[in-house]
Each structure stands twice: as C-alpha cells, then as structure tokens.
Design a protein around this ligand. Sequence first.
Ligand code: HEM
Length: 502
Amino acid sequence: MELIYPAGIIILGCVALLLFLQWKNLSRPPCIRGWIPWFGAGFEIGKAPLEFIEKARIKYGPIFTVFAVGKRMTFVTEEEGINVFLKSKEVNFKLAVQSPIYHTASIPNNVFFTMHEKLHTMMKGKLGTSNVYRLTGQLTEELHEQLENLGLHGTMDLSNLVRHLLYPVTVNVLFKKGLFPTNAKKISEFRQHFQVYDEGFEHGSQMPECLLRNWSKSKTWLLALLEKNMPDIKACKSAKDHSMTVVQAMMNIIEMEKNEQNQPNYGLLLLWAALSNAVPVTFWTIAFVLSHPNIYRTIMEDISSVFGAAGKDKIKVSEDDLKKLLLIKWCVLESIRLRAPGIIARKVVKPVKILLQDQTSFGCVTSLKHACAKNCLSHQDHVLEAPLNYTVPSGDLLVLSPFWLHRNAKHFPEPESFKPERWEKADLEKHAFLDYFMAFGRGRYQCPGRWFALLEIQICVILIFYYYDCSLLDPLPKHSPLHLVGVQQPEGQCRIEFKRRK
Ligand code: HEM
C-alpha cells in the first residue's frame, strides 16, 4: 500500500507532463521535420525549395513550421501571420540576418550589431527618394559608355548582356568613378569570381566555408580585390562638389567606429546586394517586354514621344522624362512582382501568438493543386473548420515568401500573368507600391537600395530600347526553382539579337 501511493503520484505526474507537452505542441503550428536527425526536411526542401513551400501550405494550412539543418522556420502566408511578421516587436530583423552575414562576408557579430543602424540610416538617406535622382545623369553617362562597346549588331545571351552593362555601371556609381577595370582580362576575372560568389551565396550563407571550395576561393579573391582598392576608393571624392559615393560614406562611418579591418567585407556585402537582384530583374524586364509585342510597341511609341525618333541622338535622361515613361516603370515593377525573392525572415525573440479566424480559406491558388492533401481537383478554396490559435516559439525564424504572396489571386488577380497595367493603382507619385507587394521587404528594414535599383533598371531599359531594335531568339525561359534568397534567376540561356537603330 505504502509503495502504490507514491507510484500513483509519479504516474499521474507523468500523465500531466505528457498532457502539458501535447497541449504545448498542439498550440504550435504543424511541423514538417523529415526523418533524419538534425538534417530534418533538408533534402526535401533542397530539391526544389519554392515548390516545397507551396505544397506545404496547401497540405498543412496557412502557418506551418519546417525543421531543416538544425533550424526551425515558421512560414506565414495569410494576413494574420503577415501582420505579426511586419508589426510585432517580438520579431527581429538583425538577429535573422546576422548569421548569414557572418558566413558570406565574414563580418563578426559584434561589428555587425554596432554598425548596422548607422549604415542602414546612411543608405536610406543617400539612396532615398529625395537624393537618388541626383544620380540620374551619372547613371545615363556610364550606361552610354558601356552601350558603345556593344557595336552595331550582335547576338548575345541576355543575362550576359545585362551583366556587361550593370557590373561596371553599378561599381562606378556606388563605389567610385573609374574603379571598374577596363582591361578585358581583369573584367573577365571579376565577372567569373562574382558569378561564382553570387550563385553560391545561398549555400554559403548556411554551410561551413570549408565545404564550398570554389565559392570560398571567389569570396577570398573579391575580398582581396576590395582590400587592394580600398585606399583608392576612400581617397577619391567627387571633384565637382566633394560629395561622397554611398560606399565612401559607408567607409567613413566604419572608420569612425574604428572597424577599418572590416571595410573590404562591407564593400563585398554592398557589391552583392547591389548586383545580385538588379541584374536578374533587368533581364526579366527586357525578356517580358520583348515577349509581349503590344507592350514593346507602346513603349517604343512612348520613348519616341519623349526623345524624338529612337536611335538618332545621344540622349540625356531626366527625372521628368522618367515620369513620362510610366509604362517602363510598371514593367520593371511587374517583373519584380513575378520574380520576387523566395523568402525574407525575422527571428522570434519572445513567443508570438497568431490567431487565424474561422472560415479563413486556404486553397490551391497555384499550379501545384495536385499536392493538395484533400485531393481537390479545382482551384476552389478549402475552409478551416475552426479558428486556429498558434504560438510560434522564440528561436524560430518567422518566414514570409514574397514570391508566393505575389501569386495570391486575392491580392493580385490573374497572378501568373504579366500585367504592367495593374500598377496604375499604385500611388507611385507618393512612392507607394501596391498593397502586399513585398519584393523589397516592408517596414523599418526594407531594402534601402530600392529606389536606386528602380532608377538604374529603368534607365538601362530605356537606353537599350532607344538605341537598339531588339528581339529574343529563344522562348522566355522558366525561372530556376532553386532560389529562396533574392529574386528568381532564369533557367538556361535566352539569346537576344540587337541591331543599332539608324
Ligand atoms: C530589384 C532589386 C532589389 C531587390 C528585389 C531587393 C530586395 C531586398 C530585400 C527583400 C531585402 C531584405 C528586406 C527585408 O528583409 O525586409 C533587401 C535588403 C537590402 N538591400 Fe536590396 N534589393 C534590390 C536592390 C538593391 C540595391 C541596388 C542595393 C544597393 C544599392 C540594395 C541594398 C540592400 C541592402 C544594403 C540591404 C540590407 C539592409 C539592412 O541590412 O538593413 N538592394 N533588399
């Protein structure tokens, strides 16, 4: 009898503990964890990450957790979760990006945390809407220089054509005029190393460098190049008004904080941020326009009405001209919408509750309907039977996919179609995008380079179409399914033929 009594208490205690753990787990979003310890769903997600996310949403509902390579990522896909992502004080941008930044640019955590606010504020100011248009003249000049090298007639892979133009233009405008090499061998070396670094960035942000030999070599090469050129970058201020480029201002701040040894690392980070998205977006804009002959025709009419007969003169593009060429801006934004980054992330620092109201629908809004657990055959929505009240634990990464959000027909009707006219509803005069457009992130830490990117891409597209009669020699490629970080890359090549207009 004396033995049975304490044993009963222990059993009751265990049951209570089990019930508590089960209750705790019930309030957590469903979790996909695979069967390999630590690696979790790493293999499944690695094969085609974008598709994996959408299939999981259809199967598990609007909030779900994926456990992979030792990390828990909780995806939010509907308003309630998105609001928490954008507004909650319990989710943190810096804690989410600090580890990828350490892996890709070797910036120590303490340096990153001291420098981040100051550098972000400086960039927001220098590249914000009231200052960025000062760069219009220089961007046009630099693009002219690169276009002159193209000759009268040619055929090229469109991605390579865009790289040929934007690598030197971006480096010379953001870092220092004349910094980009002009010698063919050095250009080819730079392009090769930057491409390896860019293509491996996603893996590099998560895996130990020793497992990525080629990527590590290219990273070291780029860091050495930036280190060698640092005195030159810092010395040269604009002869005209002693103004500093963004990178010069950045290096000044880093020096004031006595972190000079990390200047090349920040140079590398900015180089990647400035090129990795702008190059594919320019590719997609040109490719989408050329595969929509009506849009191409209207754009050419607009260009002629602003600058006169296309191809005749060396033109200067002004802020006023850009306002008149609204369709080109819409095409750039529509291309960004369709090829938006796979994910953006925040770290949960205190558990956050997400309440999904009943009757919230989640459905097969995409071409992945075959993945639906309820075997639905149409694009009808499913309806949740009861309200869902989830708690996302601290330590999780809260993840939002701009790519899939932009494919939700509730927010973007006919989401898969290239429809630049949908941007008519955006108040671009007031620098506002469409609701639920998240390609640049949103909130306090959205992309500080977004106005520069839009300006550079618009001018690039205007000048290419003004000087050259263009056509695609290959069908519009699909986007690669492999990218979660940054905008989507084309799969395979797509050649363009260009003839100088007379
Ligand atoms: C179409 C082109 C671009 C796209 C789609 C894009 C997108 C993004 C996104 C999604 C983020 C993260 C925002 C978040 O998590 O909320 C970001 C951050 C950032 N972007 Fe961009 N970006 C583009 C071009 C540029 C350019 C041209 C520059 C530089 C001139 C730039 C500099 C940065 C920097 C420095 C950050 C990090 C901000 C921070 O740490 O506070 N981006 N960008």
